[in-house]
Design a protein around this ligand. Structure first.
Ligand code: PLP
Length: 427
């Protein structure tokens, strides 16, 4: 934002900035199409010679105002919204990869992302090598190949809560002339800005904290504008050579720091159409307005719950990067000094059976396939979100069979703890 405003101010004031007589609140442009006076002008839009809206499968103003806010929060150069977090990660990778290419993937990414890369994109001819994010740099370096086009990892992995050493991953990616893509869903730009540590592209499942109220599935991609695609043009021909489907324009030459997002919009949205509904973007924008307040409370509540669980004699282990006992405490302090997220994982001494029994007795915390919203919720990944994974893949992903994922909401922390207390008594 031109005034160098703080994130709290960006969350409220950025994106839609009405001028004299315009609505105070972001309008929902509920229109599939846009009218032009001359056929020539419409033609120029199709040639990307002029910017303007023509069809909501590619772009919509409501979405773009919200994307602009997220872009400013991340400190990026350009951004776009997608219909889901899955679409965001898919587009982020597919925008620079094609059949015959290769991706280096952190083993602890969300199960849906893992599946996207190792199953679906594999069928499209894009291979990936899965690496342990905690492995030494020399070990991870072995995963890179001639045809590697990017590295993908999460700031705080869902649900293993592994904190990424972003600088280490950025060094590895850049020494192999490829960008680092970081899924920043759990930390949110309030707690971490991966671009400050060398990441090149950030993705989000806006379905989580950004929306914050479990109303809309959505995603976002933000480009820092820092990766120099032209420095290795043969690796990224889609960006650095003429696009025949747009009369021979070259994205890097015509759009500079906006090249990557423009290509993703002009090609991938045009052909695949995973756009976020303007209604959903409107609701996301409301969520963003209170994101800093909510993240502060999520983190405070989660720390209190984690400390309570750590002192409980039926609890075998607790993993929360904000706990001093966490192996990620130092990394979390470095990359997320204000706090990490509201998600905790823990296991009970009675193992998987005890976990199921305890979950069934929770009254306030609900069993739902969701995480990171205002209402406290709980899930057993090995039986739910990650059930498609083999035991071996579960171990690699940092998901123990007894792992309970507990997403601490915005209720009073005493009530959340009391709910756990009564459920643990039943085990
Ligand atoms: N990335 C992370 C870290 C997630 O936790 C999720 C969903 O849980 C996704 C991506 C996928 O997002 P969505 O469910 O919005 O498609």
């Amino acid at each position: 934002m031109e005034n160098n405003y703080k994130k709290e101010t960006i969350c409220i004031q950025s994106g839609w900035k009405p001028v004299n007589g315009q609505p105070r609140v972001l309008p929902i442009i509920q229109s599939t199409t846009f009218k032009y006076d001359t056929s020539e002008q419409m033609g120029r839009l199709f040639d990307l010679e002029e910017s303007g809206y023509f069809y909501t499968r590619l772009q919509n103003p409501t979405n773009d105002f919200v994307a602009q806010k997220i872009c400013e929060l991340e400190g990026g150069a350009a951004a776009m919204l997608t219909s889901s977090g899955q679409a965001a990660n898919y587009y982020a990778v597919f925008n620079i990869c094609e059949a015959g290419d290769h991706v280096v993937l952190s083993s602890t990414v969300y199960g849906g992302t893992f599946n996207l890369l190792t199953v679906t994109m594999k069928k499209m001819g894009i291979q990936c090598t899965v690496v342990d994010p905690d492995a030494p740099e020399e070990e991870i370096a072995k995963a890179f190949q001639e045809n590697t086009k990017c590295v993908l990892a999460e700031t705080i992995a869902n649900p293993a809560l592994v904190v990424l050493d972003i600088e280490k991953f950025a060094r590895l990616a850049h020494s192999h002339q490829v960008p680092l893509i970081v899924d920043n869903t759990f930390a949110t730009p309030i707690n971490c800005n991966p671009f400050l540590w060398g990441a090149d592209i950030v993705t989000h499942s806006t379905t989580k904290y950004m929306d914050g109220h479990a109303m809309c599935v959505g995603g976002a991609i933000v480009d820092s504008g820092n990766f120099d695609w032209e420095s290795c043009p043969e690796k990224f021909p889609g960006l650095t050579t003429p696009d025949d489907s747009y009369h021979g324009i070259t994205y890097t030459k015509k759009f500079g720091k906006a090249a990557y997002i423009t290509k993703a919009t002009a090609q991938l949205m045009r052909d695949l159409g995973s756009i976020q509904a303007p209604q959903n973007a409107f609701l996301l924008n409301i969520g963003l307005e209170t994101l800093p307040l909510r993240m502060e409370r999520h983190c405070a509540n989660a720390l209190a719950v984690a400390e309570y669980l750590e002192s409980h004699d039926k609890v075998a282990w607790v993993n929360y990067p904000g706990l001093k006992s966490s192996r990620y405490y130092e990394l979390a302090k470095k990359y997320m000094p204000k706090g990490t997220c509201g998600v905790i994982s823990f296991g009970l001494k009675g193992g998987r059976k005890a976990a199921e029994k305890m979950m069934d007795h929770l009254k306030l915390a609900a069993i739902v396939t969701h995480v990171a919203d205002a209402r406290t919720c709980v899930l057993h990944p090995a039986s739910h979100t990650h059930r498609q994974m083999t035991d071996e893949q579960l171990v690699e992903a940092g998901v123990a069979p007894d792992l309970i994922r507990f997403s601490v909401g915005l209720e009073h922390m005493d009530d959340i703890i009391a709910d756990l207390e009564q459920a643990l008594r039943e085990v």
